[in-house]
Design a protein around this ligand. Structure first.
Ligand code: IPM
Ligand code: MG
Length: 352
């Protein structure tokens, strides 16, 4: 079993350190770890946020555990050299089109939610975000118009096969949960979304046991704070999924709690090849201070064990230890507590 660890920038290395301790504690036989550079860290070392060495390492592994990328010192670089290109490049070059972002209320944390506790307690949803298309990967540029005004543009599109394959992932996910799928789009304005909706409806014919609904993204943003308990599985495009998953995290209580999996079609000897990362960023404002909450990173490791290595029991053990840590009130600053990165890690390890 080979795992590539890419800590990245900002708080990435700190939280990766805690995930690493959890991995060591699980003590898997035959596990081989590689460590690679991504993001601003890789740019400084190799002159590129996703050097070929790193990409090759990812391809040779059964799974990638990814910390975070983003570095204000790199904000003025040309776009293709910015840290974010590491994650976008890995997602596209490894064909990781299906992003699973679960958001579930942890018992005992209801008061930490930005929502009223009785509303927040109902949250148990999964956002299935398309990750290889949309406005993220369309043609984009800055240009100067004939009259001298500068213009930026980004081309939004989805081809039907791109929608179909993510729809299949979402319908199957719904079958394994409460059997409800809500497809989020902006079909009242965008042709991209009209095609999205048509293809999701066509694909539904193969899943008569799943209850399908559609929602415009503005309404979905509103419903997510009004009554998040109505959602089971949500399927949406790359941009809308990016936004709604950050929103869902604060409904749960902190962006420091949400893990994610990016999966493609490649199978390994143990499961599906994937890349796993917290949904939060590199948090440069608190980097290097030992303050970051490592839970999203540790929960991402649990997802890795489940989906890529077929280790359901170990994944469940880690999730239970994180849940118990929260229930016992060991909380980082993001949750109004005072536990630092390694204290949270210690607490999780003790409960493991
Ligand atoms: C995420 C992040 C990334 C995205 C950034 C870092 C490019 O916000 O994984 O949600 O926009 O997808
Ligand atoms: Mg995001």
């Amino acid at each position: 079993m080979k795992i590539a660890l890419f800590p990245g920038d900002g708080i990435g290395p700190e939280i990766m350190g805690e995930a690493r301790r959890v991995l060591d504690a699980i003590d898997l036989r035959g596990l081989v770890l590689f460590e690679g550079d991504v993001g601003g860290a890789a740019y400084r070392r190799y002159g590129h946020p996703l050097p070929p060495e790193t990409l090759d390492m990812a391809k040779a592994a059964d799974a990638v555990l990814f910390g975070a990328v983003g570095d204000p010192a790199c904000d003025n670089l040309e776009r293709h050299l910015r840290p974010e290109q590491a994650i976008l490049g890995l997602r596209s070059q490894l064909g990781l089109f299906a992003n699973l972002r679960p958001a579930t209320m942890f018992p005992g944390l209801e008061d930490m939610s930005a929502l009223r506790p009785e509303v927040a307690s109902q949250i148990d949803l999964l956002i299935v975000r398309e990750l290889n298309g949309d406005v993220y990967f369309g043609e984009k540029a800055m240009r100067v118009l004939d009259d001298g005004r500068r213009q930026g543009y980004d081309f939004m599109s989805y081809a039907e096969d791109e929608v179909r394959r993510i729809a299949h992932v979402a319908f199957r996910a719904a079958q394994g949960r409460k059997g409800k799928l809500c497809s989020v789009d902006k079909a009242n304005v965008l042709e991209t979304s009209q095609l999205w909706r048509d293809v999701v409806i066509e694909t539904h014919a193969e899943y008569p046991d799943v209850e399908l609904s559609h929602m415009y993204v503005d309404n979905a943003a509103m419903q997510l704070v009004r009554n998040p308990g109505q959602f089971d599985v949500v399927v949406t495009g790359n941009l809308f999924g990016d936004i709604l998953s950050d929103q869902a995290s604060m409904c749960v209580g902190s962006i420091g709690l949400l893990a994610s999996a990016a999966l493609g079609e490649r199978q390994t000897d143990f499961g599906t090849f994937g890349m796993y990362e917290p949904i939060h960023g590199s948090a440069p404002d608190i980097a290097g201070q030992g303050k970051a909450n490592p839970m999203a990173m540790i929960l991402s490791l649990a997802m890795l064990l489940r989906h890529s290595l077929g280790l359901e029991a170990e994944a469940a053990r880690i999730e239970a230890a994180v849940g118990k840590t929260l229930e016992d009130g060991v909380l980082g600053a993001d949750l109004g507590g005072s536990a630092g990165t390694s204290e949270v890690g210690d607490a999780v390890l003790a409960r493991l």
